[in-house]
Write a protein that binds this ligand. Structure first.
Ligand code: ADP
Ligand code: MG
Length: 248
């Protein structure tokens, strides 16, 4: 993989964040501090509010109450569109444009959204693709790439916007098992280079190895948070102990 410049990830702080679907609060009073350039893994059972938490950070879902501070400033002060330039998000399903090459998929946002010239956007895109190990696949359409390669294009596309924070929602859950490792290795590389990352994952090995902080959610709340060692070797709450006994 081509090596590459350092990132300057921003800090992120959640203050008593509450999110609801209609009358039902699915995230209650969540507070969390994320230092610049660190990786936070969010674990927990299905339906515990992990995706909702990520959606609250970049305002895909407006909070009912509470606040999110990006680099010390409330995200509620900016337009959601402006915020999404600063926070990259990678989903389980990559949602690449099927009729565009890998290179074009990565170049489109810097060109159309960020207002770079097309030539500049193409240069940025080829650098990002090289960084995710896909320089040789630049002209392939998504359907001619493996799922793991498509997900790496999606990560390159998010990075092309020069985000300050990257959010990952089960980025490897839809991949065949043999393709998972390449994507996790890339994510660990971004972490090493100083990106601020919030990673919802079922990959406990990744959380244990890469995370600076592990957060366990259940029923819309943070039940327990700590270092990987604290969380995996000495879980305190009965709920985390039970969850780990089911997934490990
Ligand atoms: P997780 O990602 O941990 O599986 P989610 O954040 O997706 O959990 O969901 C948290 C809760 O919110 C669940 O009870 C889920 O059923 C509910 N929920 C998620 N999306 C919606 C929606 N669009 N409308 C109503 N309820 C939802
Ligand atoms: Mg989810």
């Amino acid at each position: 993989m081509a090596t590459s410049s350092a990132f300057h990830g921003a800090s992120l702080e959640l203050r008593n964040l509450t999110l609801a679907y209609g009358p039902i609060e699915v995230l209650r009073n969540v507070s969390l501090n994320i230092a610049p350039g660190t990786t936070t893994c969010i674990i927990g059972p299905s339906g515990s509010g992990k995706s909702t938490l990520l959606r609250g950070i970049n305002r895909l879902h407006e909070p009912k109450s509470g606040d999110v501070l990006l680099a010390g400033r409330s995200v509620l002060k900016d337009k959601p569109d402006a915020l999404r330039l600063r926070i990259g998000m990678v989903f389980q399903h990559f949602n690449l444009f099927p009729d565009h090459s890998a290179l074009e998929n990565v170049a489109l946002a810097p060109w159309k959204v960020k207002g770079r010239s097309k030539a500049e956007a193409m240069i940025i895109a080829s650098q990002r693709l090289a960084e995710v190990g896909l320089a040789q696949r630049a002209n392939h359409r998504p359907r001619d790439l493996s799922g793991g390669q498509q997900q790496r294009v999606a990560i390159a596309r998010a990075l092309a916007m020069e985000p300050e924070v990257m959010l990952f929602d089960e980025a490897t859950s839809a991949l065949d098992p043999e393709l998972v490792k390449g994507v996790l290795t890339l994510m660990a590389d971004l972490c090493q280079r100083g990106m601020t990352m919030v990673v919802v994952t079922h990959e406990m090995g990744f959380a244990r190895r890469v995370a600076d902080q592990v957060v366990f959610m259940d029923e819309g709340e943070i039940v327990e948070a700590g270092t990987p060692e604290q969380m995996f070797e000495r879980p305190q709450s009965a709920r985390l102990q039970r969850f780990l006994s089911e997934v490990l």
